[in-house]
Design a protein around this ligand. Structure first.
Ligand code: PEP
Ligand code: MG
Length: 773
């Protein structure tokens, strides 16, 4: 038997049909409205490789040293070729096509379902290979492509790394009726952060891809599950929708004018969704994140998985509230602060004023940290916090960067939050709008009153963004772009979250956060623990990221922290006290002045290469001219790093480096990456962290753009790749400018990657159209 119907499958059938099919079968068996499907069983894949005689050649092909990247690439190519070029036996072909005919004659979705779902590569492969709108004529080819996805480079590498035999993992394929949805979206059966009985629904017109990929800002509905009442409705402007095009492929269309601002779901439909959510949650006995679709008034369940983001920590509100009796009752608006919304999300929690390093322990799960400016030592407390508010700083400050990576809402640059707020007060912060209010807004109070959690995320998508679904791994449809779209990482803990964006690599990994979070300056760390430990600290931090992305490239930047950050650490008293640290002893200047310490960093790179992380690239910060680069290059060589063999490059952050790009190209760099945070501050003479002049800080200033345009032009002549990794990479206008100029890649923050991918795609399509008109 080569195929099985969903109705005959349950959770126990994982070995026969893989994780995805087992879960769809389980839902079908529970009477839930899953579109009809059959499964080409894992046994069919197994008999295909055995009966056609490719089994031995297949497993021999992947028996390689996967640290050898050429061998790995060759193995993946050979194995996939073996599968794709071998004909499917007639009996399998007949069974699959007969099942297809029984299903109906419309287009189907073809989805991989690996049997070792707990193996990261297998579930990765399973998520990757989904083909929509497949017609009968292409069905068997798509099934073979799903089989071949067991042998991507990444899958082979991980199985080798984790000691899994290649022949111990099989793959099944789900063939499912396509639902030509009129409306679709996502349903969180309980609150995705608190677990409270508050359902959240996102909905847009057309097929679900528009919602899960973030192409469209969906409507957002909040419902109290107990009373089945709709407590909040945000109707978004929905400009685009995904529909099935004439050739059967999914295409983006403009939403007709009359539907753009119209509410997608009526109350009766919302109630049906809640009912569906109740049934799914009851079946699994835990909150679920559900993809749904509606066609001709019928509701379908496309996928369901547990919500993994619910914070089940002890509530923290008691201590703070009682310590400051009455603060909880402060009416909204009694104090209203504004600053820069630097990490989106709206949240309520108890204020913890943090004014010196030794009182970080008082920050409990769900508190709101209020501080002058965060420091790397605060990262563990920032992870516990529900939100962050600072007096100082801009979009590129430590607080802004780290909170975005942690996914914690933040408002920076309020000027005087530490003076105007009191410990123990309850505040609500809006990390999109940049506001802080005392008290909880009414909707939060009623929504979350029962949760007992001090941190009450008020609105999981305050901005109407689709962050929750993509963060939770809905198989997002990644737009294909010629310009690579990468992601920035500053704390190794964010690696998995960053990799899940589907970015083409890491465009900037800042290592200073790893070092500074040891609470010791590099000098003190080496004195206390030795050189080897310091090298290991860097190797371990980088390795986690390099591994999460392998074989996608990870651009690792050598140390770049201003002396005022080092001065706050143990050993900081020996650091220079500088009048203007941003213009002082940082980046490559410090590294060249302290060759012994720089050499340890370079040794860490050499070690990573030895360990096989050939996806690591080396990037030098804050260079001024070719002399800086040549000195660093000879130190790389002395440390055993071959600049001809490894990809390395520089950041363009000073006007001098932009104007001297020709000489920099001649040093042999492979890439130049714009650090627009610094390039802007040095071109415009505007301190990037000074709120008094924040309104003058513009990366889109013509002077900055002029420098960038020149650099891209010269680099193209020298075959040197160009990139951007400053905060401005998240701005659509900057993306448009850079793609027009011919930049090679764009590296954005985790939360912006999906939007940037779409923006890049739009610009590339426009350029293509213009070129043929
Ligand atoms: C920049 O300057 O744009 C950059 C990415 O580096 P950092 O923000 O770490 O200075
Ligand atoms: Mg910089």
């Amino acid at each position: 038997m080569h195929t099985l119907w969903l109705a005959d499958i349950g959770a126990d059938d994982l070995a026969r049909v893989g994780g995805k099919a087992a879960s769809l079968g389980e839902l079908t068996g529970a009477g839930l409205p899953v579109p009809s499907a059959f499964v080409v069983s894992a046994g069919t894949y197994r008999s295909f490789i055995e009966d056609t005689g490719i089994e031995t050649a297949l497993f021999e092909a992947v028996d390689i040293d996967s640290d050898d990247s050429a061998a790995l690439a060759g193995a993946a190519e050979r194995a996939q070729e073996l599968i794709l070029e071998t004909a499917v036996p007639a009996n399998v072909r007949e069974d699959v096509l007969a099942a297809y005919d029984e299903l109906g004659d419309g287009a189907v979705a073809v989805r991989s379902s690996a049997t070792a779902e707990d193996l990261p590569d297998a579930s990765f492969a399973g998520q990757q290979d989904t083909y929509l709108n497949v017609e009968r004529a292409d069905l068997l080819d798509r099934v073979k492509e799903c089989w071949a996805s067991l042998f991507t480079q990444r899958a082979i590498y991980y199985r080798n790394e984790q000691g899994f035999a290649h022949d111990a993992v099989d793959i099944a394929v789900v063939v499912q009726e396509m639902v030509d949805a009129e409306k679709s979206g996502v349903l969180f059966t309980s609150h995705p952060s608190t677990g409270a009985p508050t359902a959240i629904v996102e909905a847009a017109w057309g097929l679900g891809e528009a919602v899960v990929s973030g192409t469209v800002s969906p409507d957002n509905y909040v419902l109290d599950r107990e009373s089945a009442e709709v407590t909040d409705v945000t109707v978004a402007e929905k400009r685009v929708m995904c529909v099935r095009g004439e050739d059967g492929r999914t295409v983006e269309r403009s939403v007709p004018d009359e539907k753009r601002d119209a509410q997608v779901l009526e109350e009766s439909e919302l109630r049906r969704l809640i009912e569906l959510g109740d049934r799914v949650e009851a079946h699994y006995d835990c909150p679920q994140d559900v993809e749904w679709a509606m066609r001709d008034g019928e509701l379908y369940l496309l996928q369901s998985r547990p919500i993994t983001t619910i914070d089940d920590a002890e509530p923290a509100v008691g201590t703070g509230a009682s310590a400051d009796g009455g603060a909880m009752q402060s009416p909204p608006d009694e104090v209203r602060l504004s600053g820069i919304g630097s990490s989106p999300g709206k949240v309520s929690g108890t204020v913890r004023i943090v004014d010196k390093l030794d009182n970080l322990d008082k920050v409990e799960q769900g508190d709101i940290i209020v501080t002058e400016m965060t420091t790397p030592d605060m990262v563990p407390a920032m992870k516990r916090a529900a939100g962050i508010v600072t007096d100082q700083g801009g979009m590129t400050s430590h607080a802004a960067i780290v909170s975005r990576e942690l996914g914690v809402p933040a408002v920076v640059g309020t000027d005087d939050a530490t003076e105007r707020l009191r410990d123990g007060q309850t505040v609500t912060i809006n990390g999109e709008m940049g506001t802080v209010e005392v008290g909880e807004p009414e909707s939060a109070a009623s929504d979350d009153a029962g949760s007992g959690d001090g941190a009450a995320p008020v609105d999981a998508s305050a901005s109407g963004s689709t962050a929750p679904p993509t963060e939770q791994g809905h198989s997002p449809v990644k737009p294909m772009t010629g310009t690579e779209v990468k992601v920035n990482v500053s704390i190794p803990e964010a690696a998995e979250r960053a990799a899940a964006t589907g970015a083409d690599g890491v465009g900037l990994l800042r290592i200073e956060h790893m070092i500074l979070s040891t609470d010791k300056t590099p000098t003190r760390y080496v004195e206390d623990h030795g050189e080897r430990a310091y090298v290991d600290e860097i190797v371990e931090g980088v390795r986690g990221v390099a591994e999460a992305f392998y074989p996608r490239p990870v651009r690792v930047r050598t140390l770049d922290a201003p002396s005022d950050e080092f001065r706050q650490l143990q050993g900081g008293e020996d650091e220079p006290a500088e009048h203007n640290p941003m213009l002082g002893y940082r980046g490559i200047r410090r590294s060249l002045d302290r060759p012994d310490e720089f050499e340890l960093e370079l040794r860490a790179f050499a070690r990573l290469y030895e360990l096989g992380y050939d996806n690591v690239e080396l990037m030098l910060p804050l260079v001024t001219d070719a002399e800086d680069v040549l000195r660093a290059k000879s130190m790389m060589q002395a440390a055993g790093i071959d600049p001809e063999k490894r990809d390395w490059g520089v950041m363009i952050e000073t006007p001098a480096s932009a104007l001297g790009i020709e000489e920099l190209c001649e040093t042999g760099i492979d890439f130049a990456s714009f650090g627009t945070n610094d390039l802007t501050q040095y071109t415009l003479a505007v301190d990037r962290n000074n709120t008094n002049v924040a309104d003058r800080f513009s990366e889109l200033h013509p002077a900055v753009l002029e420098l960038m345009g020149q650099v891209i032009g010269t680099c193209r002549e020298h075959d040197v790749a160009t990139s951007i990794c400053g905060q401005a990479a998240s701005k659509p206008e900057m993306v448009q400018f850079l793609v027009d100029e011919g930049v090679s890649s764009i590296s954005a923050n985790i939360d912006a990657v999906r939007d940037v991918q779409h923006e890049v795609k739009r610009v590339e399509q426009r350029l293509l159209l213009e070129s043929v008109r």
